[in-house]
Every structure is written in C-alpha cells, then in structure tokens.
Design a protein around this ligand. Sequence first.
Ligand code: CMP
Length: 139
Amino acid sequence: MSTHRTFTMIKPDAVVNGHTGAILEKIAASGFKIVAMKYTQLSLRDAQEFYAIHKERPFFGELVAFMTRGPIVSAILEKENAVEDFRALIGATNPAEAAEGTIRKMFATNIAENAVHGSDSDENAAIEGAFHFSGREIY
Ligand code: CMP
C-alpha cells in the first residue's frame, strides 16, 4: 500500500447518531479520495485483534464493547501526507481537547466514543487497511 494512504473508521456512535454523511462530506472536501469503503460491523474477535495493541489498557473491554455495538463505515483514504493530514482533520482523541472545526470536536461524544479512527503511522495504515480490505476491494 502506498504511503499516501490512511485508514479510517466512522465509529458506532457517529453512525447511530446520523453523522456518516456529514463526516464523509468533510473528508472529501478536505481533499481525501476514497479508494475503499464498506458499511460493516466488527465481531468481538475482529475488534480484539484490531485493537490488540491496547489490550493491557484499562479501557480495552469498554473499547471492544463499543466498537462491536453497531455498524461502522471503514475506508482507505488517499492524499499526499494522508496520515498526518487526516489526524489533523479529526483532532485530538479527547473531543474536549480537539480544535474547533475538527471531526471529533463536531461529532464525537467523549474520549471513548470519539466518532472516528485515523491511523497513526504509514505502517499502521497499511496493516489496518489490509485487515479490513482485500486487494480487489481497493480501487
Ligand atoms: P483511537 O485513538 O481511534 O483508538 C484507540 C481508542 O481507544 C480511542 O480512539 C478511543 O476510542 C479509545 N480510548 C482511548 N483512550 C480512552 C480512555 N481513556 N477511555 C476509554 N476509551 C479510550
């Protein structure tokens, strides 16, 4: 996968609250091209594997329960400097600390239910994208 790509999920809180369209619009308006996308729901096993890096954290159980609670939208996005630019667009993990105009400031509920995921490195973007999409689902 190219280093001009990042991986995102619109999380169950944002989907159930009806923010999917507005978030996708903001992503497109910010210059990201969607090269893969699906509307899906994570199984317990999916979420435990995807978030394995956090398994020793006190919030791991809460995180897995939240992320499997309802449907998500997962996508691979393409743009120059995708990982860094997308993290700037979504804002801080805790929406209370997120800058005005960021996706989390506008749509997140709290630090746990924070509306969107964005990969934190090119390496993780590739791993996370490959976790959700096969090669023939990426355009
Ligand atoms: P994200 O950064 O996308 O990936 C890890 C997730 O863990 C994070 O979003 C939140 O959804 C969740 N998380 C991070 N910190 C906390 C916390 N202190 N309490 C509960 N959930 C958290």
